[in-house]
Design a protein around this ligand. Sequence first.
Ligand code: XBP
Ligand code: MG
Length: 252
Amino acid sequence: MTLQALLFDVDGTLADTERDGHRPAFNQAFADAGLDWHWDATLYGKLLAVTGGKERMKYYIDHFRPDYRKPPDFDEMVAALHLAKTRHYSALAAQGGIPMRPGVKRLLIESRAAGLRLAIATTTTPENVTVLLEHSLGPGTTDWFEVIAAGDIVPAKKPAPDIYHYALEKLGLAAANCLAFEDSENGLHASRGAGLKTLVTVNDYTHDHDFSGAAVVLSDLGEPDAPNTLIAGPDLGRPYVDVAYLRALHGV
Ligand code: XBP
Ligand code: MG
């Protein structure tokens, strides 16, 4: 089976969005609403067990704020907070505050030149993907991705495989012709659940996750002048991920 397409997670994989974007955006939305909700980095790391910002806010109240009395319109309140948070996230991304991780832009350019098809499979809100790509990857780069499968478009978010099944269906490809790129345990469960061989790059929030089932675990995608670190899996003898590396990994 030949390698034909690459499916990328967004948050934590394309960019360190949880650190640079989502957490500050949530806190700004809470402050705007006059709420005494504040997510520091440690608490946020725990809350990341739940994917989806709306679901994460509900999880926070249910598991960390027994003191908080939900108003009758709590679901509507969470939805409104999430819209505000997404506005703050977009502003942060539009200011260029959420840079691509090492090797991401290089690999995307190389992969396009090699004729590999590109797709996104993410839990985050579609608007967040567009604003991040436009401002951190470059103007018009959303067009590089044939499929942008994001957010509430599927009934169940990661670790459910739904978003990857949706992306594969839109691509019209079998999982065996693709590689997935992820950063977290939830993400890996989702991609593996869809039968996808998966390359994991870790970050501060996910380096201690269980990545059993990943094809390889790396510190990042690396650059010619900034080699990455192999954390688990085959040593393909290349200090950074390029198309030749992907073809070799896919063939392993
Ligand atoms: C990460 C998520 C998202 C973001 C927040 O998604 O779980 O919920 O944390 O974005 P992925 P929203 O790693 O699959 O890209 O607030 O828009 O959900
Ligand atoms: Mg992720």
